[in-house]
Design a protein around this ligand. Structure first.
Ligand SMILES: Nc1ncnc2c1ncn2[C@@H]1O[C@H](COP(=O)(O)OP(=O)(O)O)[C@@H](O)[C@H]1O
Ligand SMILES: [Mg+2]
Length: 306
């Protein structure tokens, strides 16, 4: 079964695309068949990080039915076993993806046959990004060790959990008082800990079900652009905080050091870990890729999004 890792985070410029390309390249170099999918619809630039001049497009051909099978839109890269599906030639309206198109993409991703499928997501908490993040229960969020980025990450996690909780409550026979309290238009209004309280108050019999559903989540995160003078244990503190607040399992995968050569490799359209394999950030990325390879396969969330 393919392992799907959506890679997201609340803030732009934290390194989501850089981490996607680096992780994909390392997994492929170790013999795994990997596809990277650019799902930053409207802001796609993963092709540039991979040094690919996208002439024919990927997702656009799948959505306009020129190509029925999403897998056939995958192109090869400079690294053997590493494939790429682009969204750079999608129309300007693609950022406001139709609901039916979103489901079509998610269903097709879940049918792809690769060892690893990495999804490079856009910035922010719009429903498309949240639903792409919920394509599997082991999304990785990327953050930098700055208060603004950490703040945005918490907002992103809260939004993901609330979206997930709404799906669970909508699909299962929760008391109508719970449904009324949770499924309201302002999706920032309730946080997930509040939801457990609401369920306890109105529907105590469903508490275990809700706790079990949430415990299936194995979110992961990486602190990128990490500078030497910072406390290296910040990530573990965030992990502990998230584990206490979201009734799920959060795993800190590690810090990735700041290095100006990353900027250089973006400018020269070369994959950083390929061009500078022995630099500290490339070694940080290798340790993270090892953790991913050793990770137990996740339970599929197929059919949860509607
Ligand atoms: N560890 C790092 N050290 C130095 N610069 C980095 C690092 N990670 C990313 N960058 C820089 O930040 C820029 C934004 O990264 P990118 O992956 O495009 O962010 P996002 O996809 O989250 O918007 C990159 O062009 C790169 O120059
Ligand atoms: Mg990006």
């Amino acid at each position: 079964m393919s392992q799907i890792y959506p890679i997201g985070g609340g803030k732009g410029g934290v390194g989501k695309s850089f981490i996607t390309a680096s992780l994909g390249a390392l997994l492929a170099k170790w013999g795994k068949k990997v596809v990277l999918i650019d799902l930053d619809l409207g802001g796609s630039n993963l092709h540039t990080l991979l040094g690919i001049n996208d002439q024919q497009g990927g997702i656009n051909r799948f959505l306009d039915k020129t190509e029925k099978n999403l897998e056939n839109t995958a192109v090869s890269t400079v690294i053997q076993n590493l494939f790429f599906i682009s969204s750079s030639l999608c129309s300007m309206e693609i950022a406001n993806l139709l609901h039916a198109h979103k489901l079509k993409i998610i269903n097709a991703i879940q049918k792809l046959s690769f060892d690893y499928i990495l999804l490079d997501l856009g910035t922010g908490t719009n429903f498309n990004t949240l639903d792409f993040f919920l394509t599997s229960n082991q999304g990785i969020f990327i953050c930098t060790p700055e208060p603004t980025a950490i703040e945005n990450s918490f907002r992103f996690i809260k939004a993901v959990y609330l979206r997930k909780l709404k799906h669970i409550v909508k699909r299962h026979s929760f008391n109508s008082a719970v449904k009324k309290a949770i499924i309201r238009p302002n999706h920032e209004a309730v946080t997930s800990p509040d939801i457990i309280e609401i369920v306890l108050k109105h529907d105590p019999d469903r508490e275990n079900f809700l706790r079990n559903s949430l415990s299936k989540f194995k979110s992961k995160f990486i602190l990128n652009q990490f500078r030497k003078n910072l406390d290296p244990t910040i990530g573990y503190k965030i992990e502990d905080l998230c584990n206490r607040h979201f009734y799920s399992n959060f795993q800190f995968l590690g810090n990735v050091g700041y290095d100006v050569r990353i900027h250089d490799s973006v400018l020269s359209k070369k994959i950083f870990v390929h061009r500078y394999p022995y630099t500290p950030p490339a070694i940080d990325m290798k340790k993270i890729a090892e953790k991913i390879i050793n990770n137990r396969p996740s339970v599929s969330l197929t059919g949860e999004i509607s």
